[in-house]
Design a protein around this ligand. Sequence first.
Ligand SMILES: C[S@@+](CC[C@H](N)C(=O)[O-])C[C@H]1O[C@@H](n2cnc3c(N)ncnc32)[C@H](O)[C@@H]1O
Length: 318
Amino acid sequence: MPCGAESDDDVNVICGDAYVSLAICHDNYCKCINGAVIAADIKEGLRTPPMNYRHAYHAGNFADVVKHLAVVSVLHHLRKKNTAFAVIDSHAGCGAYNLTGPEASRTGEAAEGIARLTNVSGGPATLTTYLELASGARYPGSPLLAAQLLRPQDRLVAIEKHPAAAAALAMTLQPYAKARVEVADGYCRLLALVPPPEHRGLVLIDPPYESPDEFRDAASAVTAAYRRFATGIYLIWFPIKSAAEANGFCGEVLASGAAKVLRIDVTRRHAVEGKLNAAGLLVLNPPWQFELDMRASLDLILPRLECDARFDWLAGGT
Ligand SMILES: C[S@@+](CC[C@H](N)C(=O)[O-])C[C@H]1O[C@@H](n2cnc3c(N)ncnc32)[C@H](O)[C@@H]1O
């Protein structure tokens, strides 16, 4: 846990408009000035980040919208009981995105995604809540959505390896007392954090899939986490660039032994060369009526996004 010790070093990072200083220490953990917790073993990684992926290019696209609706649907379900829950977001990103900034403007993905939903009304509470939370000046990423839906008894651990993204995330989540940012490897920390003492909650695994090993790493992490926390609700996002690769990944996750697994694929009606045209979500232990809730939201918004969805129970059923 945070040692609160004096830091040995500072790393200054810039993320969008945010310029912040992260303090790093040589102890196991050290508190940074924005309240994020940094694993000392990734200290070197903080200096020379190995990752190129920036979610700012993709925030608010069709796949993000569907993933974030699923997050809100699960959290609505968890909020129905007074008992506390935990949210573990293993690949959390920046937390909030400027959709008029250079990254979003360059890809135009948000313009074909969340921007097309401005006049949507009606539909299930999940959709209303999501659209309300997404209507602010900055588009909320998964940890900000979760932070806003926590009750005083709940908590969020948001893990992000990239220092600039983690710094921005720490600033974004600063107002939320029950949200903690860890600058670390999401897979390692996930295994240390499950089962959460609350014994109920959501695990979101949303890696960038920029490394060729990412499918394998994600499937191993889910399998190991599920063994420790078999009652948790897991949302695992994945890109579909090849049906064989996606099916193979789902097969590996199924081998975790999860009794209830729902797969939701979302595909653009008009494929665009060089773009992501399909993405999937694996939901382990989906809550009661999650499928109905998602179908009702997607029926309303997918025509606007010019996408289609397919639901498949890979294990168990409603
Ligand atoms: C797809 S984005 C996350 C988006 C976020 N979940 C959301 O929905 O708003 C993936 C993030 O994972 C981070 N990342 C990459 N490898 C990581 C690792 N091993 N552990 C934690 N974060 C990692 C990237 O820097 C990137 O910010």
